[in-house]
Design a protein around this ligand. Sequence first.
Ligand code: FES
Length: 176
Amino acid sequence: MEELAAVEEQQIKARLAEILAQCEPDRSQLIPILQKVQESFGYLPKLVMSEIGSYLGMTDVQIYGVASFYNHFRYIPLGKHPVQMCMGTACHMVGGELVLEALERELEVEVGGITADKQFSLDRVACIGCCGLAPVMVIADKIFPKMTSTKVDEVLVNLKLEEAEAAKEEGEDKRL
Ligand code: FES
């Protein structure tokens, strides 16, 4: 369940106010508003949905009903390392689904979810425009081409090692 600290809640409200100020209080603006919110927060916070509802004169149920038509909206925050598996036609045709299953297994999280330690979120996305490298996985802004289910473990282990190394260096810098 999404629980927000008071400060975080204020920050979210302030950012949302900026977004709403750019849009008319008209129901036709719902999708553009949701897109801007997702761009800004990385997901659609529950609090935001209620505020948007008040602004447009819609109930939460109506808003979720519309948002649920679109696969790219997510309702929980992104992990520190957002993992996206391309499921466009080219990636799907050459084993993207198997890679996605391996990711779910290794991370112990379902598509659209986030790991308990908040390190990784997992999403499936439509074609990201580099079909020649299919199947393609993206973590943050880094592209992993020609993925296979057996490469998943290697990529995740390397990422964790890089992270541990960076944390160690940071610790050493602080001691200097
Ligand atoms: S279908 Fe995956 S990059 Fe185009």
